[in-house]
Design a protein around this ligand. Structure first.
Ligand code: ASP
Length: 317
């Protein structure tokens, strides 16, 4: 860009002071303010770009220390909130007790009450948890809160709101980096959506805009929570599969994992497994659907691998 501009200004017949801005700069009258303005513009642009559009998603090697659990739902019908996930939450967090709650998916006026509720629920999961909520942390201390947390719990609500506010706080890269370094991450619903590569398969309305649909990329797939069960919710199953089918037909390289309400996706490095009694997961890629109704370790990763291979033999790489 700079090079093109210098070529343009050095073209025959074109003098640097042809433009008013150069006359002003040459005169020296507004020199400092002009530079300051240019610098501010550059800083603002590079800040936005770093946190959104130019952000690379992590590759396989970078994901090898990920330790995450993605809940489809906070409440599994017929059970109390988080009851179905207690054991898996405790084992994913392990000795980590200082947990940063990120509840930006809740509407702002609901966040205080939600944080109080989560504190009570974590007391049921195990002793010693200290829950700090990002929304209640002063803006200038949020980065430090992310850097010092021993684990993240990202709750459900509206996925667009959640991702937007994380971008606005400039925290997407910070959270991602901590999780890539091995800090445990637990998401529920919207919090699980942003753990995938893109939020394109959320069920939520876009109640607000996001700088980009690109999310944390803790796995090589996108998440779809509350996926209807093929056996017990046949009609809803069909319409969800139709929507996901459209998504993967248009977004050729993306894998989508739909998980039913009792289910949780456990991510250990690049190995994905399905957890949760009675859970099912449906994997879609280029119009192919694979069903994984058991809880064998690594099952989801193997199903993704097989669906990719099948697709390559039909469509080529
Ligand atoms: N609204 C959902 C939740 O967080 C997310 C989704 O369905 O995509 O509960």
């Amino acid at each position: 860009m700079g090079l093109m501009f210098s070529i343009w200004t050095s073209l025959p017949g074109r003098k640097n002071d042809a433009m008013p801005i150069f006359r002003i700069i040459r005169s020296g009258r507004y020199l400092r303010i002009e530079y300051l303005l240019l610098f501010a513009l550059y800083a603002a642009l590079s800040g936005c770009m770093q946190n959104s559009v130019t952000d690379e998603l992590p590759d396989e090697a970078q994901r090898q220390n990920v330790n995450a659990l993605l809940l489809s739902a906070t409440t599994n019908p017929g059970q109390k909130s988080l009851e179905h996930a207690k054991a898996d939450i405790a084992s994913t967090f392990g000795p980590s007790k200082r947990i940063l709650l990120i509840n930006y998916a809740s509407l702002p006026d609901k966040r205080d009450a939600y944080a109080e509720r989560m504190k009570r629920e974590f007391a049921q999961i195990g002793p010693g948890y200290a829950i700090e909520s990002l929304h209640a942390t002063p803006a200038d201390q949020r980065l430090a809160a992310v850097q010092n947390a021993e684990g993240f719990y990202v709750s459900g609500g509206n996925t667009f709101l959640l991702l937007r506010e994380l971008y606005e706080d400039g925290l997407v890269v910070a959270v991602r980096d901590r999780v890539l370094q091995g800090t445990p991450y637990i998401g529920s619903s919207a919090g699980s959506n942003i753990a995938g590569q893109f939020i394109g398969t959320t069920n939520d309305f876009p109640i607000t805009d996001v700088p980009t649909r690109r999310a944390l990329g803790l796995m090589d797939a996108n998440f779809n929570p509350h996926h209807p069960d093929r056996e017990s919710e046949e009609t809803e199953f069909g319409s969800r599969q139709y929507k996901i089918g459209e998504y993967v037909a248009y977004n050729h390289d993306e894998v989508v994992i739909g998980v039913t309400n009792p289910g949780m996706l456990r991510i250990q490095g690049n190995t994905l497994s399905l957890r949760g009694t009675g859970a099912a997961a449906y994997i879609a890629y280029r119009g192919k659907i694979e069903t994984t109704p058991s809880v064998v370790d690594g099952e989801i990763s193997r199903a993704i691998e097989s669906i990719r291979q099948k697709s390559q033999s039909v469509h080529g790489p």
